[in-house]
Design a binder for this molecule. Sequence first.
Ligand SMILES: Nc1nc2c(ncn2[C@@H]2O[C@H](COP(=O)(O)OP(=O)(O)OP(=O)(O)O)[C@@H](O)[C@H]2O)c(=O)[nH]1
Ligand SMILES: [Mg+2]
Length: 371
Amino acid sequence: MKIKKYVAEDMKEGMMRVKKDLGMEAVILHSRPVRRKGLLGFFTPRQVEIIAAVDPTRKQPPVNDNMLKKVAEKDQEISSMAEELKELKEKITEISTVALGSGQDEKAGSGVVTKKKSSAYWRNYLEHHDLDPNLMEEIFSEAEEEAARPGRISHAQMAEILKEKASAKISSINGSSNRTQVFVGPTGVGKTTTLAKVAARYSISEQEKVGLVTIDHYRIGAVDQLRAYSEIMDLPLEVVMNPQDLFKVMMRLEGCDRILVDTAGRATGNNEQLEDLAAYIDMLKPADIYLVISATTRRQDISYITEKFARLNYNRLVLTKLDETNSYGALLNSPYYTKVPLAYLTDGQRVPEDLKQAAEIDVAGMLWRAG
Ligand SMILES: Nc1nc2c(ncn2[C@@H]2O[C@H](COP(=O)(O)OP(=O)(O)OP(=O)(O)O)[C@@H](O)[C@H]2O)c(=O)[nH]1
Ligand SMILES: [Mg+2]
């Protein structure tokens, strides 16, 4: 057996050379793409290396150029069919992975899931959701590790990674919650509305005795807003004017299983206001402190807010107004910045309907469907 190696620009050219050199009976033992030698090889297209063999004892018909051309075309056809078959196999594997997996991926049903996309596509996709760049790098390094081909990540793989990231960040509320729960955050994000929704959940769904407290006497109408909810739900409401009053107020609500405390929205950059609020919160401990942020907040502002409000030692997050955006990076960014779990999400103004426990929500699915 005579065996020879060829390096050609492409398969077609390589086949021509093999047949011309070894004759029509030559067989291809192996072929693979290779880089050119030297530094230039990284910047120029790959070549193809072919190992061919022929039995020199066999009599071969004479070779002419026309025959060579036909053979090369046939070989080209066969190799592109092989490539197509390989892609088809990958698609079938992906479809069955998704079908056996979550089963809730809408894009799986539409068939889009079968396509592999470049890293650039996914970067664009996650940037649309305003995902933190470091978090994005974490996601990418995991995706690249799992990708069958470098730089090509399937929808199924990306969905799985987002799902893992989301569940690692969100489902970590363990154990029972505190009797006293305080809602803090920037102005107008939905603290009072969320508190009313949570109050309804405790008092109606869980049949607990709920008491309401507001230490927001700064904004005109703030007390009336909470009073309206307290009257509808028939819950006691106490208004606190200074930290010293808190002790007496808590005594009056002694019979309650749950005490929910509303606070005035604080301008994030105003340290004096935050210190003022901290004086109340220190007296309310032990308590769960919910930092309420609107999902429409830009990534940089979420980072700023979570840092400034850290003074209040919040241990839960609430994301509101999910109905007002279609970029959901805040869902992953906020727990990522704070290492604090997401407790609730709200997606509308209706009390009590538009409140979801974060653990009940398919966060990865939300990022997914909106992309
Ligand atoms: N679309 C939408 N609107 C909401 C949601 N949550 C609250 N809102 C609205 O946002 C506005 C402000 O809500 P509030 O609950 O008063 O906000 P706040 O944080 O208590 O405001 P301040 O006490 O002034 O700081 C109201 O019009 C609410 O109806 C939500 O999930 N989606
Ligand atoms: Mg309010």
